[in-house]
Design a protein around this ligand. Structure first.
Ligand code: ADP
Length: 541
């Protein structure tokens, strides 16, 4: 018989995070821009009390442990209450991405079998559109007070504030099994139907601990943290858990994600740390450059979700903001790797440091990774060999929600990304496997091409996609949105690549467009672009 440790068996529960924040950081603030238009402020103590009232409400509505409750909401204090109230009472908080097509939203709600769906006022028309297709939903709860409820909704609604007002908050968080399901997120499903990743209390708490570490996101009680990444997109990268866990002030931007509104909130609330996808920072940078603005408190941001162009790292650095490049996915809760320098990199020349900081970084404890070739053989960590990236760990998906079979072979989950790993363990994504360009049997990294293009002063956004070619099978086409008021020709842009990438990687042509379609999570929608340019005739063809 093994000798067992003799420590207390306290389960790792999501409720313990908010209980901790309320007890030890009780007066620390949560500030939210509301759909009502104003700024709302209260404390962790207030938040926990209202989360308890919500748990009482759900029990009164008949929601049982393990049942799903959907959310369609911006980053705000009520959404945070849903995160803690729903999971804390043992039900499953299902964050739905409102930017998906209505049919996909209905599909997700039905697949998850949501009992109730809680939504922000913004999404009333969406709810009115999908409700008829979601017959199993017992009620739609609008996140508003009585005064803001619509007078004549097309769907019967419950009023969130009325429901909470009817409860006294005398509620004790249940001692759940830490392996119980806590929350559910669907991938945006650029191909096929969206698939659900069902997180547990244990995986969520472990992920929050890891995310908060200094060489991961690095959250501290002395920070003021504003997640721009939506709470409907992979738990806002775990920040709604990691921030209360460390007791930092939390600032939630609601629906206002444009450059001007974000800048205003950063300055007003003294934000020190933030997180978001590259497209968000494009908007903010543009606003700041146009108005010659400077940050007074903002020092660090995590950027991920797609590759961060080096030009963006430089532009933010010039404003005094350290960029922390991170990689992950819905199936990984989402954090996998974060890019920080090691101690021995301190004396490297700036250029060399930058080259490291442009990679997706090293794994955080809890994640293990490897790259393999087409036959599943492990590839060397030489920074050159690239192959399919596989991961494993306690917050990585075992199987999709309601799937019969595991999502992995031999305990390694295939991410669908293609990457290199260097001898120090710095991983670099060359592409999503679907986006790789195969020219004459050799692979071209679309991300590398985009990174070069993004550094050109006249380029606002650039996507590199494959186009059919009679001789090479596929060749790269660069699709570009020009910066407002700037001009650049096809030939000038192509010559900008000279010496920066291998000659045969240089795109065969440039297509200027007014807009690049974005996915529901703010990434360039290359699948759509490929469809749009399916019949494009390259000058080299
Ligand atoms: P989706 O965008 O499909 O809804 P995710 O947000 O989970 O879902 O996307 C995960 C994918 O995003 C990763 O597999 C990877 O292709 C891409 N990704 C995330 N972070 C980065 C990054 N820092 N660099 C390059 N690609 C990234």
């Amino acid at each position: 018989m093994a000798l067992m440790g003799q420590m207390m068996g306290a389960p790792l529960l999501i409720s313990s995070i908010i209980k901790h924040a309320a007890r030890y950081y009780g007066t620390t603030e949560i500030v939210s821009r509301r759909t009502e238009g104003d700024l709302h402020r209260y404390t962790y103590r207030d938040c926990e009390l209202r989360a308890r009232k919500l748990a009482q409400t759900l029990e009164a509505l008949g929601v049982k442990q393990g049942e799903r409750v959907g959310t369609l909401a911006w980053n705000g204090y009520r959404h945070l209450e849903l995160y803690y109230g729903i999971s804390g009472m043992g039900a499953v908080c299902h964050m739905i991405n409102p930017r998906l097509f209505a049919e996909q939203i209905a599909y997700i709600i039905n697949h998850a079998e949501d009992e109730y769906v809680c939504f922000d006022a913004t999404f009333l028309p969406l709810v009115e559109g999908v409700a008829a297709h979601c017959p199993k939903v017992k009620g739609w709860i609008m996140l508003a007070d009585r005064a803001h409820m619509p007078t004549d909704p097309k769907v019967p609604l419950l009023c969130y504030e009325d429901l909470l007002d009817a409860r006294d908050g005398h509620y004790t968080w249940p001692e759940l099994d830490e392996n119980q399901a806590s929350s559910l997120c669907y991938t945006s499903g650029t191909t096929g139907n969206p698939k659900g990743a069902l997180y547990s209390h244990r995986s969520t708490v472990l992920h929050a601990y890891a995310a908060a570490l200094p060489d991961a996101l690095g959250c501290s009680a002395r920070d003021v943290i504003l997640p721009v990444v939506p709470m409907f997109h992979v738990n806002a990268w775990g920040l709604p858990y990691a921030v209360p866990l460390v007791g930092a002030k939390l600032v939630l931007p609601g629906p206002k994600l444009d450059g001007a509104s974000l800048f205003d909130l950063f300055e007003r609330e003294g934000v020190t740390f933030s997180a978001g996808v590259p497209t968000v920072w494009l908007g903010l940078l543009q606003h700041m450059q146009a108005n010659d603005l400077k940050f007074s408190t903002f020092r660090r941001t995590v950027i991920g979700g797609s590759a961060v162009p080096p030009a963006m790292i430089r532009a933010l650095e010039a404003l005094g903001v350290e960029v922390i490049h991170a990689w992950g996915m819905t199936e990984m809760s989402p954090l996998g790797t974060v890019c920080k320098l090691l101690a021995r990199h301190a004396d490297l020349p700036e250029e060399a440091q930058h080259r490291i900081l442009e990679t997706q970084g090293r794994v955080i404890f809890g994640v293990d990774m490897k790259i393999v070739d087409g036959d599943g053989r492990e590839l060397p960590w030489d920074g050159k060999a690239f192959g399919d990236l596989l991961v494993r760990g306690p917050w990585i998906i075992d199987r999709y929600f309601r799937a019969e079979t595991p999502a992995h072979d031999d305990g390694w989950f295939p991410t669908g990304d293609v990457a290199t790993i260097d001898p120090d363990g710095y991983m670099q994504i060359t592409d999503r496997s679907k986006d790789v360009i195969k020219s004459g049997g050799e692979w071209i990294s679309s991300i590398d091409i985009e990174n070069v293009a993004a550094a050109h002063p006249a380029v606002h956004m650039a996507a590199c996609i494959s186009v059919r070619h009679p001789k090479w099978d596929e060749r790269p086409l660069l699709v570009v949105v020009k910066r407002a008021g700037m001009e650049v020709s096809r030939d000038t842009l192509l010559s900008f690549f000279d010496g920066k990438v291998a000659k045969w990687w240089i795109p065969d042509d440039v297509a200027f467009v007014t807009e690049i379609p974005l996915t529901a999570t703010g990434k360039m929608q290359k699948l759509k672009l490929r469809e749009q340019f399916a019949d494009y005739k390259l000058p080299t063809a």
